[in-house]
Design a protein around this ligand. Structure first.
Ligand code: FMN
Ligand code: MN
Length: 485
């Protein structure tokens, strides 16, 4: 299993999946433009040796293709992970003897997942009690961005009540040498910890931000895990080996020992400051808005750290490939609650919260409508603005088939369900922030039991006998080349 960011970079080198740029490049917009051209064409990760104004190198587009996502997770197909996931989430601490006995075969798995605390860590080779963010090659992504943003952080907090850790990727706008914005959106777990801290009458919440680690640990911070599940435990599960953690120098939190940089500090529960605009993964600028402020009191790092980052913007971008991996990994989990679901597709163009396609084995009238409502009640799927439901035989990964079936099968007045609810904080369409309307579209074939007055026509499919004959005679028609199917 990959130990840290550098071992991932080595693997990418071996696999021809990283391009090294030796010449000096400007962190202001230039890196973003190079990356944008490369990621849009399915190109490699990019390693910038000389970033203007910083002595540290930068790496971007680490996860920006299906192949690199597989390399990051140590699999040849994401589906290799999925079976194990249900087992992971089923695992509760045993209480009775029978439960303990039943758990025995799983205990080794539990040991493998639980983070291990170490005393000495590479991420603390250098300790700087006088933090200066200007030393880190933080980039400006887009021309109208309010400034430079740390875009791939692991933001670590603890639930002030239970002590359970949360790790989330929330962007951070650099305000000055030792403070940044803390863009944890209102529905996210970091905000839940922040809110609880305030409700308990405390003034501050301690925060540690790790930059760079092994790729699975970085990825875990993006995963939409249920509240109360520690992303580092999940990373241990995905890795098949525990994440090694070390105590921070100035706050009561632990960080991945193999991180490149660590920022330690706090967020004051009463402080807010304007953050943004920021060119976001919706493909639009998110407008300026007040968010909490992260004060950094200590920076620790390796002797020779590499700064990992990404740029979001008009899809497809690197985060899209991370989300595609999430889609595959979490599908079986979705099926444990909704077994009728056959497949799902979060199209990259839908920025993951705007549109989801699901196919179901339809078993009773208005089954599709039940699925829409279920999705609107499930974890971060609650954000979905459009839910399109298809029959089991529709290939959701074929956008041509999806469009054809949707356009042909839907009687708009009958098949569309309009409702209201929470929207992702980044939604641009609603008249209001944080909520708006939603639509579910039943794209399945309609049954007589659903009031369909006319017979549903069959799909047009050529007979097998004729297909076989044409395949056999293909050469006789004078086309040349391989048989066209
Ligand atoms: C590159 C990238 C940047 C992100 N930036 C933010 C952000 O600024 N704020 C936010 O709330 N979520 C952001 N997200 C999404 C969260 O990381 C994601 O919703 C995650 O599940 C949150 O973790 P949590 O459930 O523990 O809160 C970002 C995701 C990626 C891949
Ligand atoms: Mn979480």
């Amino acid at each position: 299993m990959l130990r840290n960011l550098k071992s991932f970079i080595e693997l990418l080198k071996k696999e021809g999946e990283i391009h090294i740029i030796e010449t000096e490049v400007d962190p202001k917009l230039e890196i973003a433009e190079i990356y944008d051209r490369v990621v849009k064409k399915g190109g490699p990760a990019l390693y910038f040796e000389k970033v203007k104004g910083s002595k540290f190198p930068l790496v971007i587009n680490l996860f920006g293709s299906a192949r690199r996502m597989n390399l990051a997770l140590g699999v040849s197909r994401i589906e290799e992970i999925t079976g194990k996931l249900t087992e992971f989430l089923d695992m509760k601490m045993p209480e009775t003897l029978t439960e303990k006995i039943k758990m025995l075969p799983k205990l080794h798995l539990l040991n493998k997942m639980t983070p291990k605390t170490v005393k000495h860590a590479p991420c603390q080779e250098v300790v700087d009690p006088n933090p200066n963010l200007d030393e880190i090659p933080v980039i400006q992504c887009w021309p109208d961005d309010a400034g430079r943003y740390i875009t791939l952080p692991m933001v670590i907090t603890k639930d002030p009540e239970t002590g359970i850790r949360n790790v989330g990727t929330y962007r951070m706008q650099v305000f000055d040498r030792n403070s940044t914005g803390m863009h944890w959106q209102v529905h996210k777990d970091g905000t839940a910890h922040f809110r609880k801290t305030k409700e308990m009458g405390k003034k501050r919440i301690e925060v540690a931000v790790a930059l760079g680690a092994d790729p699975v640990t970085i990825f875990s911070a993006v995963c939409p895990l249920p509240f109360g599940i520690d992303e580092f435990v999940f990373a241990g599960f995905l890795r098949g080996e525990p994440v090694e953690l070390v105590k921070c120098k100035t706050v009561d939190l632990e960080i991945p020992a193999e991180s490149e940089f660590v920022l330690e500090g706090y967020v004051d529960v009463d402080e807010r400051r304007v953050e943004g605009p920021f060119g976001d993964h919706t493909g639009y600028y998110s407008l300026a808005k007040e968010f909490p402020v992260f004060h950094i009191q200590c920076v620790t790092r390796r002797h020779n750290p590499v700064y990992p980052t990404t740029v979001v913007g008009r899809p497809p971008m690197e985060d899209g490939w991370m989300a595609k991996a999430i889609e595959r990994i979490f599908l079986p989990l979705l099926r444990t609650q909704l077994p009728e679901i056959v497949d799902m597709n979060l199209p990259m163009e839908g920025a993951f919260h705007n549109c989801v396609l699901v196919s179901i084995k339809k078993s009773y009238p208005q089954h599709a409508k039940k699925i829409m409502h279920s999705i609107w009640g499930l974890g971060q799927l609650m954000f979905e603005k459009m839910v399109l439901v298809f029959d089991a035989d529709v290939n959701l990964q074929d956008s041509g088939e999806v469009a054809w079936r949707a356009f042909a099968n839907v009687d708009p007045k009958r098949d569309m369900v309009f409702t209201d609810g929470p929207l992702d904080e980044l939604d641009i369409s609603s008249c209001y922030e944080l909520y708006g309307s939603k639509v579910g579209v039943d794209c399945t074939r309609k049954w007589p039991e659903e009031g369909m007055k006319r017979p549903w026509p069959p799909d047009i499919v050529m007979s097998d006998a004729v297909k076989k004959r044409v395949t056999e005679r293909w050469k006789e028609y004078g086309f040349g080349g391989p048989v066209q199917k």
